[in-house]
Design a protein around this ligand. Structure first.
Ligand SMILES: [Zn+2]
Length: 305
């Protein structure tokens, strides 16, 4: 519970986009309190900014994409995860192309860059969305739900019919400390047969062993192996932290999921937005002082659904 935060100075990085394979320059700039996270395409002249909010999500196939009509930014989840994990509320993200740089396939490089530059507190208190009643969604065997809680907890279960993954479960109480120590390093992963299929279709063109764990039928192809035995489920948690930040503020509640992914994460946020009887928005004012406020504002997610 605290004041809002932004980055101290501009942060610049260059890397390829995972799906486009294009080299992208990204600059993370400080932004005023209550502005939220806004993406801006420097390669597009008009109407080039889009808020990182659930109502602006246009696609959840393979990655989370926001924006419409050619003004889109894809694969936003790892950067949003790093921002949420480090408690950054406001930032302007300028991009020279349609995709967030993939870096090493995890959020660790973003975390390192933000920590190196520093974070500053702002004059306004942070807003929180507190879950007051359970909300859930499901599709096939997969499901995701949010239940009331006083902190943001995540319990994630995955099952892949592969000898090196199988069933994995991990529980996390999110804080800057647990995010940095337990989650941010977990890389995205894929199966060789899927990578070959995607690349034949012109997708995952920037994908390589430098930015993803790649598995064939029986083993991990990357020479360096895993960073942690539970790296797969930890990456799913990393993704969920980024996707759920698209509600526009930290959630207080317990998120749990089984065989889930970007599509179910975003279905859950849309279900949440459609049920205002299941949550309340509070703003922090001073230690021990909170004030309920309507979620309908320029930045509030109810304004964009
Ligand atoms: Zn991911």
């Amino acid at each position: 519970m605290s004041l809002q935060k932004t980055v101290k100075n501009d942060i610049t990085c260059n890397s390829v986009g995972l799906h486009s394979g294009r080299k992208i320059k990204m600059v993370i700039r400080p932004a005023d309190a209550d502005k939220g996270i806004v993406f801006s395409r420097s390669d597009i002249v008009e109407e080039n900014s889009v808020h990182a909010l659930v109502g602006n999500v246009s696609d959840t196939t393979l990655a989370t994409t926001i924006g419409t009509n050619g003004n889109t930014v894809s694969t936003v989840e790892h950067l949003l995860s790093a921002l949420r994990g480090l408690g950054i509320d406001n930032a302007l993200i300028e991009l020279s192309g349609p995709e967030i740089p993939v870096m090493d396939g995890s959020a660790l490089p973003f975390v390192n860059m933000i920590k190196e530059t520093g974070v500053v507190e702002q004059e306004l208190g942070r807003r929180y969305l507190k879950i007051t009643k359970e909300v859930s969604v499901s599709e096939g065997e997969g499901w995701a739900k949010l239940e009331p809680g006083s902190t943001f907890e995540i319990t994630y279960e995955i099952y892949f019919d592969h000898p090196l993954i199988g069933y994995q479960c991990y529980h996390l109480n999110l804080s800057e400390l647990t995010y940095e120590k337990d989650i941010c390093f977990a890389r995205t992963f894929g199966f060789l047969k899927d990578v070959e299929y995607l690349q034949a279709k012109g997708l995952a063109l920037g994908g390589s062993l430098k930015n993803a764990i790649v598995l064939n039928e029986e083993k991990i192809i990357n020479k360096e192996g895993l960073r942690h035995p539970l790296e797969f489920v930890k990456h799913k948690i990393l993704d969920a932290i980024g996707d759920l930040f698209l509600i526009g503020m930290p959630i207080l509640g317990h998120f749990s999921a089984y065989k889930s992914g970007h599509k179910l994460h975003l279905m859950l946020l849309k279900e949440l937005a459609a049920h205002p009887d299941c949550w309340q928005v509070f703003r922090y004012h001073a230690p021990g002082s909170f004030q309920e406020e309507p979620a309908v504002s320029e930045q509030g997610f109810t304004s964009v659904i």
